[in-house]
Structures are given as structure tokens and as C-alpha cells.
Design a protein around this ligand. Structure first.
Ligand SMILES: NC(=O)c1ccc[n+]([C@@H]2O[C@H](COP(=O)([O-])OP(=O)(O)OC[C@H]3O[C@@H](n4cnc5c(N)ncnc54)[C@H](O)[C@@H]3O)[C@@H](O)[C@H]2O)c1
Ligand SMILES: [Fe+2]
Length: 390
């Protein structure tokens, strides 16, 4: 194995009450004019006011509250223009992955020329040159891990693309489970499965290392034991805390080891059909893992154990099959459909989805089993029918 390079956000406040550190961190970054990037729902909920009340009145605050779920490239362009005009000195992102991803782009591109489009991973032509404005990221979902990754995801016409560079890493991440208490069951479920998918894909990634393995396994344990409870009883402090830590650790794992096939196939579902990121991962997770199972039986046996089941009496063949079954049960138990049909996708869409997914080379390159166009089609077909892939 090659020596690994591991990097993390340098300052993290994690756990119940972490948000109390916001003011001292904003002050330490030495800025006066703050741009806050968030979504309108969190403003209506009173969450944004509650958080911003922690800031000293000496700060001048500009609010950008137009973030919509699965933000588009156009929204990124609008926000970057707004950030440049306002001469902000610090960006604070409050929300799910959608708000945090946009906050990251705004902070970095504030000090660059050109459009967001120029810096996209697949179709862009320009390289980022500097870190931009300092940023503090505060997640309110337990899902994307955006607060500690170097990626921002944007929806294009038929798929998604990313801006990715270590310049996108936050200066400070504040992960407070209390902020997730208000998440409704459906969003708890989809964002929680997104986090679980990060940990699973990082664990079976060809770039996995002892460091990312430790993070991924602990994340799977924490998410596995808390997600059903957090969906059913949203006020359960222990379940919310476990899910929040799980999502944070899964983020650290996948930032360093990468995600792969599930995300590659999920992106076109988000881009084309506007299915929420977590749901598109959830509906595909059992089918992708079933398809690649033979390439990572030992690792799937470990995942089965981390989910709380006992693999000791089983062969790796048996345990990895049971692992797929349990992933299917988990997706069902948290109330997410198990077939593409139920998301109103037609069989005639599968070819186009395959064409888009195959472009996600950055992600597919980390799959333990190489996935070519015919493999991707078979997985989509299995997920469409709700049967095992051939
Ligand atoms: N940067 C990364 O590393 C990364 C990784 C995975 C996904 N993503 C991207 O993140 C986006 C999805 O983010 P998400 O899944 O966190 O969802 P989201 O940010 O789109 O939020 C989903 C909904 O939940 C609501 N919400 C958020 N927090 C809430 C709370 N505490 N209480 C009540 N409602 C709340 C929001 O208002 C919104 O309506 C997608 O664009 C996806 O592609 C990014
Ligand atoms: Fe994800």
C-alpha cells in the first residue's frame, strides 16, 4: 500500500452545545463583514436567528437566504456575484449540504475571476488559485459531511458536477446535534442514508486506508444503531447525537477515501429527476452493493458486523449476502422506496441515466469492481425492477 495523505478541517467543534463556540471562532478569524448563506425554510423555522444571536453585535451581517435544495449552477453564479459585490470578509454557511456547498463556493470564488462554470470538475477549464475568504460551516442535517469535505456539488441540466479543491475546506466546522432536532422523519431518513453510504463507499473504496477504515467503521456503527430511532423519535437526544457524529466521521472518511458507484449512479437521478441526494443514494445502495459484492466480500462482512449483526458463524459469502439484505431492510424501514419505478422513472430513461453516470469517472475510479456502461445499466435495471442484478 502507498503512503497516504490525510487532511482534515483544522478546527472542529463537535457534539451537543458546540454552537456556543461560534462567536469566539468568528472573532478569531478577524472579520467584520459576514455573509451568511442559508435556506428560507431555516429562516422561517427561527433556526437562523437563534444561531446568529450568538454573534456579537459588532459584526455586520449580510444574509443570503435563497438557497434551494440540490442547488443549481445558476444559483452558484448568482451567489458568487452577490458575495463579490458585498465585499464580505467571512462566510458562514448554515443548513444542509445545499447551503454549505454554496457557502464554500461563494467563499473561494469571491477572490477569483470568472464564473463558477469555469471551475467545474468535468467540464471546467480553470484551476483555483487561492483559498478565498475564511469560512465557518454549521450543518443542520446529519448527512452530507459538507462541513468537512473539499467538494461542492451543483445540479446541471441532466446530472451533477462538482467544484473540488482543498481550498474549499472550512476553517472551522461546528457540528451540533441539537440543530438537527427539528429535522422531519423523511429528511432524517434520506440524509442519514447518505451519511451511511459515505461510510460504506469509503470503506470499500480502492483508496481506503487504516485511517479511513477506522473512521468509516465507527460511522457505520453509530449510524446503524441510531438511524431508525432518529426517524421515529426525532427528539431522542442520544439517537440524534449518534447520527450527527456518524455523519461527521463518515464525512472525514469519504473526504479522504472517496465515494464511488452509488454516488456516480445517484448524481443523474438528482440532476435529471430532482430526487433528493439522500433518496437517490438510498434507492441505489442495495443494488450497487449487491452488484459489486463479489469484489469486496471481506469488507462487506466487516460492514455487516458494524451494522450490529454477528458474522462470526458465517462465511464471507454468506455474511456479504446478508449485508445486502440488511441494507435493503434498513432503506425500507426508514420509509424510502426500493425501486426506481416508485420515483416515476420509466424503463426508457435507463439508457440516458447510464450515459450520464459513465461520465462520473472521478467517482467510478474508486469502485472495487470496475463499472462499465453495461454494468451500470444492469444496476439501474435491477433498481428499476426491484430484483437482483444479473
Ligand atoms: N459537499 C459534499 O461533500 C456533499 C456530499 C453529499 C451531498 N452533497 C450535496 O448536498 C446537497 C443535499 O444536502 P442535504 O441532504 O443536507 O439536504 P438540503 O441541504 O438540500 O436540505 C434538505 C431540506 O431539509 C431542510 N432542513 C435542513 N436542516 C433542517 C433542520 N434542522 N430542520 C428542519 N429542516 C431542515 C432544508 O430546509 C431543506 O428543505 C445536495 O446538493 C448534494 O449533492 C454534498
Ligand atoms: Fe452523498
Amino acid at each position: 500500500m502507498m503512503a497516504e495523505k490525510i487532511s482534515f478541517v483544522s478546527k472542529n467543534h463537535v457534539g451537543w452545545g458546540a454552537i456556543q463556540h461560534l462567536n469566539e471562532e468568528a472573532a478569531a478569524l478577524g472579520a467584520k463583514k459576514i455573509l451568511v448563506v442559508t435556506d428560507p425554510f431555516l429562516v422561517d423555522l427561527g433556526m437562523v436567528d437563534k444561531i446568529l444571536n450568538k454573534l456579537d453585535s459588532k459584526f455586520e451581517i449580510n444574509l443570503y437566504t435563497k438557497v434551494s435544495p440540490e442547488p443549481s449552477l445558476e444559483m452558484g453564479e448568482e451567489l458568487v456575484a452577490y458575495t463579490r459585490e458585498n465585499k464580505s470578509e467571512l462566510v458562514i454557511g448554515i443548513g444542509g449540504g445545499s447551503a454549505l456547498d454554496l457557502a464554500k463556493i461563494a467563499a473561494v470564488l469571491a477572490t477569483h475571476d470568472g464564473k463558477v462554470k469555469d471551475y467545474l470538475n468535468i467540464s471546467g477549464t480553470r484551476q483555483l488559485e487561492n483559498k478565498g475568504l475564511p469560512k465557518i460551516l454549521i450543518p443542520t442535517t446529519s448527512g452530507t459531511g459538507s462541513e468537512i469535505t473539499n467538494i461542492s456539488v451543483l445540479a446541471l441540466e441532466s446530472t451533477k458536477d462538482v467544484v473540488t479543491h482543498d481550498f474549499l475546506l472550512a476553517d472551522v466546522a461546528i457540528v451540533d446535534p441539537e440543530l438537527t432536532l427539528s429535522l422531519p422523519p423523511k429528511i432524517t431518513a434520506s440524509t442519514g442514508i447518505d451519511a451511511l453510504t459515505h461510510a460504506i463507499e469509503a470503506y470499500v473504496s480502492i483508496n481506503a486506508s487504516p485511517t479511513t477504515d477506522a473512521l468509516a467503521i465507527k460511522a457505520i456503527q453509530l449510524i446503524g444503531k441510531s438511524i431508525r430511532k432518529a426517524v421515529k423519535e426525532g427528539n431522542d437526544v442520544q439517537a440524534r447525537t449518534d447520527l450527527s457524529y456518524g455523519s461527521y466521521l463518515a464525512g472525514l472518511a469519504f473526504y479522504n477515501a472517496g465515494v464511488a458507484g452509488v454516488h456516480a449512479l445517484a448524481y443523474p437521478l438528482g440532476g435529471k429527476f430532482h430526487i433528493a441526494h439522500g433518496e437517490s443514494n438510498a434507492v441505489l445502495l442495495p443494488y450497487v452493493m449487491e452488484y459489486i459484492r463479489s469484489s469486496c466480500k471481506k469488507r462487506m462482512t466487516d460492514i455487516y458486523g458494524a451494522l450490529g449483526y454477528n458474522p462470526l458463524q458465517l462465511s464471507e459469502e454468506e455474511a456479504s449476502i446478508k449485508c445486502v439484505e440488511q441494507l435493503r431492510n434498513l432503506v425500507k424501514d426508514v420509509g424510502i422506496p426500493l425501486t426506481l419505478k416508485e420515483f416515476n422513472i420509466e424503463e426508457t430513461d435507463l439508457q440516458d441515466l447510464t450515459k450520464d453516470a459513465i461520465n462520473q469517472k472521478r467517482l467510478l475510479g474508486r469502485s472495487p469492481m470496475p463499472l462499465l456502461a453495461e454494468d451500470i445499466y444492469s444496476i439501474y435495471k435491477a433498481a428499476y425492477d426491484g430484483t437482483a442484478a444479473q
